[in-house]
Each structure stands twice: as structure tokens, then as C-alpha cells.
Design a protein around this ligand. Sequence first.
Ligand code: GLC
Length: 413
Amino acid sequence: MKKEGRMKWWTEAKFGMFIHWGLYSLLGRGEWTMLVERIPKDEYAKLASEFNPPESFTPETWVKAAKEAGAKYMVLTARHHDGFCLFDSKASDFTSAKTAAKRDFVREYVKACRKHNMHAGLYYSLLDWRFPGYFNREKHPESFKAMVNQVHAQVRELMTNYGKIDILWYDGGWIPGTDAKKDTPVLWKSKKLNGMVRKLQPHIIINNRSGLPEDTDTPEQNTNASEAGRYWESCMTMGDFCGWGYIKNNPNMKPVTQLIQNLVTCASNGGNYLLNIGPKADGSIRREEILRLKGIGNWLKKNGEAVYGTVRLPAGFGFWGAGMLGMATTKGNNAYLHIFRWPGNTAVITGIKSKVLSARMLSGGKNLKIKQQEGKLTITGLPSRPPDKHGTVIALKLKGRPETFDYSQIPLP
Ligand code: GLC
């Protein structure tokens, strides 16, 4: 299937929900605990006997939360660096299906996604800390080989046993003592691997973390756009930089407004925003995360038109399009001004070259008065307080596509 066709739903979606969940969720100190605390693998493996969420929990809880947040797709850690699989695997006994829970959570998750018309993505870590060959290839060549074989076998299982999978989100391609660019795809045999994936799932979207560019770039914890022409998605935690899995004491959560601004920043540069939650070991989502997901969802209910289906703004417009007041996004002949710093009754915006035909506030739908002269757009009749505390969107209908002036062309004061 051609790339543009495969990517269409994804570029329109703009917003996805990432889930990091596994044995580490029991410890509450993040998904890197096994390595960081140097927990011997047999000791760590004992956690599997405690990983047994109540029957009342099903991944449908997550899908409903994602829906409420306005996310259009999800990505679940089918297996993280600790090697514990949330799916049944012939290539490993270290799985939720063969230990206490006796459940294939990937199956339950994919089923719940389908039920709610949610695109289903799977995260899969290439590296597995349980293999000594991962840390020292020269000393344990057989172990390294076994790890690579495990990858090919398990990716095949994930691509075969669960029906349609929309996204394969690789991670953990780095190998100690190697050149990430040159060696990663060679050592994991990524070309062969992804060839197999595309055969089994012709419409799938694959990220760039198997060492090959494939479909999407994945800036992590920042919203820096890739160059035009590349599809990109920023993945980010709600809490601190460190820690995607459940962290018990994690008070430093980004406010809803900041999360919305990140989403808009991505959209304005043609990217997606993949926002992470780290559910507790029993599958429940902590209150702090629920509140944020709901906050974003409520905002998107009113302002989604300015996010979903938007495309990358021409260079310059992103910045000058909303001036000092916020950011802009665009779709067709519309420009959306996301006013994050409310100016009061009048907004003055310079730099929009396109003729503005009308202006309307998305919250409440009020039509606004505009005057456009020498590169200066004045919008009057605004309420003195922002109608939407997280960001009020003004939709401008333009004659043609959004264009900006070269800033030097605008008459100086
Ligand atoms: C990093 C981390 C990992 C996390 C991922 C998300 O690569 O190793 O823990 O899953 O980022 O992007």
C-alpha cells in the first residue's frame, strides 16, 4: 500500500495515547527499574506472580479514557525492555498469559480498540535486558542471536495473532558499543523484519526506531518538528522527563494548558502528539492522569476542528500567524488562531498576507469584527476574559491558503 494512503488517517488523527504498563508498574518507580536498580533477572521475574489485575479490570477502561481525551489512536507496550510480554508467546514463557494473570492483554486491548473504533498500535522493545548477549555481544554471541530470533518470532506473532494492527512502535534499538545509525538495522536485521511486517499488515505504520527511517520520526519529550516531508510524532510523559511506567510519587505533572499547547505545537508543524499514561499494576489510571485526559478532551470537544485534520503551516505562519498571542493551525482555507495569552477586547495580529474573509470564535461560535490593513489584522469585540481558560480558538476564513508576509515588508511603527 502506498505511503500517503497508509498515513492518511494517522496525519488527520493528530492525537494518540501511549500506555506503559508491565511488571514495573508493581514497583512504582518507572519502567527502567530492573536495570537501574540492577535487579537480578530471576528476582525480577518473581514479580510476574504478583502481576494479576482483578477480573473487573479490562483494557476497555483505557480505551474509554483515550476516547474521552479525544485521542484517535493508542499504543500499548506489548513488551518493554524487561522482556515481560503482555501477550501469549511461543518464543517466551515470561508472559502475562503464562504467569499469574493468565491473560493475553494484547488480545483484550486490541478487541477493546476495535469495539470503540480506536486505532490500535503496539509498542515493542527490540532489546531485552534478560539476555547477557545484549550487554556483551562478543562474550555471549549465542545469547545475542537468541535475542534477535526472539524479536523476529514475537513480532511475527504480534502481526499474525491479533487481526489488524495499525501501528508498530519499535523502541530499544540501541546496542551498547555500536554505532546507532550504522549498526542498529544490521544487528536486528530490521530490513527483513519490517519486510515481514509489511507482508502481514500491508497498511501498517512503522516508526523509525528499528534503525530504519520507515514511516514516522519519534522525537521524545520535545515537540521539535522533523523536516517537511517526514511524518513525525512527539511522544511525551505527563510527569517528569524520566519515567513512562507508573511512578508512585510523581507530583510534577504538566498542567492541562501545557499539554494542549504541546498538542497544538505539534499540529501546527504537521506532527502528532502521543501522550503517555502509566497505569497502576491493577490497570487503573491514576486520578491525576484522568483529570488531564478529561481536560484535554473537554477542550477538544469545542476546539477539535482546529486540531484534527490540520496540516503543517507554511514556514513563518506558525509564528506570525497568531503573533505574540499564541499559535496557529490550518486546514483548507482556514487558519485557526490559538490564543493562549488573551489580549482583552482587541487582538492585533500582524503578518497574515491572505485576505481574511471572516472570523469566528470556536467556543460559543460568536462571529467577530475584523479589519485588515497593511499586514495588520485587528479583531474587535472580544470578551475581556478568555472564553476558554486553556486557549481560545479564533477561526479565520481566508481567501485561499494561509500565507504570511515576509516580516520586513510590514510597515514599521
Ligand atoms: C525511551 C525509554 C523507554 C520509553 C520510550 C518511549 O526509549 O527507554 O522507557 O518507553 O522512550 O518513547
